[in-house]
Ligand binder design. Structure first.
Ligand SMILES: NC(=O)c1ccc[n+]([C@@H]2O[C@H](COP(=O)([O-])OP(=O)(O)OC[C@H]3O[C@@H](n4cnc5c(N)ncnc54)[C@H](O)[C@@H]3O)[C@@H](O)[C@H]2O)c1
Ligand SMILES: [Zn+2]
Length: 407
């Protein structure tokens, strides 16, 4: 247990950002338990908020009465809203003349990873304070993640209406919500909180730009990899026209069945991080560049890195890597190899990897051999810091040598 007073000394943060900064600077891990007893002074509300949102909540002693077990009801069809508060993505608002009479709209402009941050969170929270009724959140994964975080933080019930493939099959399912916190990386601040309902309307996909659709395919491929018995590779929809209730439901069910068994990511849910160790690091590395990668684009490369590790660690089967590359290329993923090579920075990549999944001197990575078969039958493989640095440099070499395959 780590004493709170050892982390904050006699400081009294007045702003959530300051409280979070103290926890990040102290490099607190998600597995750490914070001892709140014998604090010299009363713990401020701000610090309590920092503790409950840092990496989606730290365990404390005495423990907080946090109960996250709720399961969202998933419904298909289109929604007619009236007299509601709606948080909506500006692109969806512009493209769809939604019949929403008497609704208060909070329109989120410039939806991108740079703006998925605490400023946007505070801006929305401020607007929600005067409208504490049930909120409908309509948009892609970014708007779903931020909107749900605001509602959960303010204890307002909410419904999610995902409008991208990625949000329908992944971001809107399972209760994780939050924002990025620079310079510490992706989704580092947030909560676990399920929507009362998730409303899936496949028609939204008809206006989704093809690049955004492909980004969602990376998560669909991840779901297939985790449970190839639940969906065949050929049933992964290749474009919006291929999407129907059956294949979208199959993909939703894969995630749903995992999060129901392990809502707090103690074990099984970790499999959903497949491809995300390197994927998040690459995404964070490229977010400040003039051509940031989309989440799924980064995850696709993350899956390649994971299979690269599997092939090296198992020393048995390089097909693991080649098969995944072949599949991902057939889904029109693994784009922009030149951009990755131009911006490659092993030190920064390692920094982000360490932030994401650190555990003492090891990095915990989810690795599969073939789809559906965890490597060595283990939920995660421990890789020492030095080994990870070595793998990163060997992967860089692999990309340089195999560049032609990705052009
Ligand atoms: N909470 C989770 O469990 C979870 C899981 C996976 C991903 N995520 C998060 O999801 C985010 C990515 O989500 P995303 O891929 O949906 O991206 P996104 O939210 O950025 O949306 C993609 C783009 O498409 C636009 N858009 C959305 N719906 C549209 C529509 N129907 N028609 C036209 N344009 C539309 C948006 O304005 C945006 O420009 C990442 O931040 C990622 O971390 C969260
Ligand atoms: Zn993801």
């Amino acid at each position: 247990m780590i004493k709170l007073t050892d982390i904050i000394g006699d400081q009294q943060p007045h702003h959530l950002r300051e409280g979070l900064e103290l926890l990040f600077q102290a490099k607190i891990k998600r597995s750490d338990v914070i001892d709140l007893s014998n604090s010299n002074h009363e713990i401020t509300l701000t610090m309590k908020d920092a503790l409950r949102t840092y990496k989606r909540g730290l365990m404390t002693h005495p423990s907080s009465d946090d109960q996250f077990t709720q399961e969202s009801k998933i419904e298909f069809g289109s929604l007619l809203l009236s007299n509601k508060t709606i948080i909506i993505d500006s692109n969806v608002y512009a493209k769809w003349s939604l019949k929403t009479p008497d609704c208060k709209h909070i329109v989120i402009d410039e939806v991108n990873e740079k703006n998925k941050n605490l400023d946007t969170f505070f801006h929305i929270c401020h607007q929600l304070k005067n409208h504490p009724s049930h909120v409908f959140i309509i948009g892609g994964g970014i708007v779903c993640d931020i909107g749900a975080f605001c509602c959960a933080f303010l204890d307002i019930p909410f419904t999610l209406v995902p409008t991208t493939l990625l949000a329908m099959i992944d971001a809107a399912i399972g209760g994780k919500c939050g924002v990025n916190f620079e310079p510490y990386g992706k989704n580092q601040v947030g909560l676990f909180a399920s929507a009362n309902q998730v409303y899936v309307d496949i028609d939204f996909l008809s206006t989704l730009p093809p690049r955004e659709f492909r980004s969602g395919l990376a998560e669909a491929y991840k779901h297939y990899f985790i449970d190839p018995n639940a969906i065949a590779f050929d049933d992964i929809p290749q474009n919006a026209v291929d999407c129907n209730k059956e294949n979208i439901l199959k993909l939703i069910e894969i995630k749903k069945s995992i999060v129901i068994k392990d809502p707090r990511e103690k074990s099984l849910r970790k499999t959903l991080n497949f491809g995300h160790t390197f994927g998040h690091a690459l995404e964070s590395l490229l977010t400040p560049s003039s051509n940031p990668f989309l989440h799924g684009e980064s995850v696709a490369w993350g899956i390649v890195f994971a299979q690269f590790l599997s092939s090296r660690i198992s020393k048995q089967d390089t097909n693991y890597l080649d098969n995944a590359i072949k599949d991902l290329l057939s889904l029109n993923l693994l784009t922009n190899i030149n951009w990755i090579l131009e911006h490659w920075d092993s030190k920064k990549l390692f920094f982000y990897i360490e932030q994401d999944k650190k555990n003492n001197q090891d990095i915990q990575v989810v690795l599969y051999g073939k789809p559906g078969e965890l490597l060595n039958n283990q939920m995660t493989e421990s890789i020492k810091y030095d080994e990870m640095k070595e793998y990163l440099s060997r992967f860089h070499q692999f990309l340089l040598e195999n560049k032609q395959r990705f052009l």
